[in-house]
Design a protein around this ligand. Structure first.
Ligand SMILES: *[C@@H]1O[C@H](CO)[C@@H](O)[C@H](O)[C@H]1NC(C)=O
Ligand SMILES: *[C@@H]1O[C@H](CO)[C@@H](O)[C@H](O)[C@H]1NC(C)=O
Ligand SMILES: *[C@@H]1O[C@H](CO)[C@@H](O)[C@H](O)[C@H]1NC(C)=O
Ligand SMILES: *[C@@H]1O[C@H](CO)[C@@H](O)[C@H](O)[C@H]1NC(C)=O
Ligand SMILES: *[C@@H]1O[C@H](CO)[C@@H](O)[C@H](O)[C@H]1NC(C)=O
Length: 463
């Protein structure tokens, strides 16, 4: 299931492209996005597009992986050799090319394609000091080049649990509670990828300009949070979801030697242990006791939507925290410019004994997993990073050799994800606290996919 389609479904059909372009063979030509609100017709672009995000060297595994977005696909596939240079080092090794997500995109929407090049250092030189990588084609033409960053290696002293969250581009009022809740659970580091953009807040007929209808991003500093940034390009399309697949895979690789476990989730999703205070949970043990000694890469948590009234309030003591608001081209209404926000209307800290109805739910089938019979329900994962080659948004897409394709389901009577979702319209959060918190259609049809859109809903009257 492709996450971006969930987000687009309410506006554009994911199965049909309305964007004109060259349909004769393979993907369309890339389309350049324009930022003006009167812009309507995209013009196909006829050139090679290569945008390199990072090149990371894992000195423990002796592996360099280059993360980029390209168009068309042969701009990635042409790679034959990696030239790795550094202090006293000049090595050429074979380049391994992966474009694992092409097949997930069922539309021909022209957009950058995620490209991954992997260069394996020869035995004995795993930890050499590298400065740059140049990926070359078979006639020595340069495919791309990038400065190399060495990832942090903590050896046996790894931290236990980290979170990867990408992309974020607007504010969510749940954020401060989200930090505190996961810190209380024992999460030791949170890695958030912010998309920096100066988009018009107006959406055009193709849905471009999203996601401008929510409050703009506020970067809250906290010593447990590490912010990474990605800048928008003129070729980002909403269905591409601002580089999400590349960013989450970057997070996986960058932190694979620092954490035993990485949780992939969004800033309004709370990992909830049934009837247990978060401080009473030993998170690392919950994961370790289930995964150790198995060949599973990950544990999967089913997710349920809890609609909440997101009534934003000024919190005086938050003024003590250094806050930086993301830049945005368009002037904000005064009420949206307020940097200090919490929500009223739901408390993650108070006991809530309602149980989501996960009857007949299975996690969204991904990668080469044979679909498991049942109703596909939305899910999130925690993974053992060294067992995973690629993530597809929040599930394992491809395990490393020797590990199983099938994830292990976490029993829903023990833990699941509470997705606290603000009621919103096109313009922002609905401030009306009498608005209904239930959008479930009754009776629930247990043979119909629940993963699409909002999935399993918890309503106020549920027991
Ligand atoms: C695209 O580029 C090719 C090669 O440079 C050229 O032959 C072709 O006419 C171009 N097409 C468009 C639509 O610009
Ligand atoms: C180089 O790669 C291209 C495809 O990228 C292929 O068509 C060509 O045959 C290759 N040439 C050599 C000498 O391997
Ligand atoms: C569970 O879901 C599957 C797949 O949609 C469906 O075929 C089956 O009938 C469902 N089972 C029940 C008990 O509703
Ligand atoms: C993983 O373990 C299961 C059961 O122990 C086994 O059937 C399966 O073949 C293993 N898979 C791999 C990739 O080793
Ligand atoms: C549930 O959905 C399936 C598939 O759309 C449909 O065939 C079936 O009639 C529905 N059942 C009920 C009780 O509405």
């Amino acid at each position: 299931m492709y996450a971006a389609c969930f987000l687009l479904a309410w506006f554009l059909s994911c199965s049909s492209s309305r964007i004109p372009g060259d349909t004769s063979k393979g993907r369309h030509l890339l389309v350049e996005r324009h930022h003006t609100s009167d812009y309507m017709t995209p013009a196909p672009v006829n050139r090679t597009y290569v945008s390199v995000y990072s090149a990371l060297h894992d000195p423990e595994a002796g592996e360099v992986r280059v993360f980029s977005e390209v168009h068309p696909s042969n701009a990635c596939m042409a790679a034959a050799t990696c030239r790795l240079q550094g202090r006293g080092v000049d090595l050429s090794v074979a380049a391994k090319v992966d474009m694992p997500f092409g097949a997930l995109l069922k539309t021909d929407t022209p957009e950058p394609l995620e490209c991954f090049h992997t260069c394996q250092l020869p035995p004995g030189s795993e930890g050499v000091l590298l400065e740059s990588v140049t990926v070359l084609g078979n006639t020595s033409q340069v495919v791309l080049s990038q400065r190399v960053e060495r990832i942090e290696v903590l050896g046996v002293q790894k931290m236990s649990v980290g979170i990867c969250s990408a992309p974020v581009f607007t504010d969510v009022p749940q954020y401060l509670d989200w930090l505190d809740h996961h810190r209380a659970l024992g999460v030791e580091g949170i890695h958030i990828y912010a998309v920096i953009m100066d988009l018009s807040r107006v959406r055009d007929a193709f849905g471009r300009g999203r996601p401008g209808h929510k409050k703009r991003l506020t970067v809250q500093q906290s010593r447990r949070v590490k912010w990474h940034t990605r800048h928008m390009t003129d070729y980002d399309m909403p269905s591409h979801y601002y580089g999400q697949l590349m960013l989450l895979n970057e997070c996986l690789f960058r932190h694979r030697q620092t954490y035993e476990y990485l949780l992939f989730m969004d800033r309004d999703e709370f990992l909830y242990f049934v009837d247990t205070a978060p401080t009473a949970v030993n998170l690392a043990w919950e994961f370790h006791s289930r995964l150790a000694g198995t060949n599973h890469t990950s544990l999967v948590f089913l997710s349920a939507v809890y609609r909440v009234h997101c009534l934003v309030a000024f919190v005086p003591d938050l003024a003590e925290r250094p806050v930086h608001s993301g830049s945005d081209a368009e002037a904000e209404l005064q009420e949206y410019g307020e940097p200090y926000q919490v929500y009223k209307g739901y408390s993650i800290w108070e006991a809530d004994h309602r149980k989501p109805d996960f009857f007949n739910c299975t996690a969204d089938p991904l990668g080469e997993n044979a679909p498991i019979p049942g109703r596909g329900c939305h899910s999130k994962s925690v993974v053992r990073p060294l067992t995973v080659d690629f993530m597809a948004t929040h599930s394992v897409f491809r395990p490393r050799p020797g590990y199983s394709w099938s994830p292990m389901a976490f029993p829903t009577d023990q833990a699941f994800i509470k997705h606290l979702r603000c009621l919103s319209d096109r313009h922002g959060w609905i401030a009306d606290d009498s608005a209904s918190l239930c959008e479930r259609t009754l009776p629930v049809n247990y043979s119909v996919q629940a993963g699409n859109g909002d999935g399993v809903e918890v309503c106020p009257g549920d027991l």
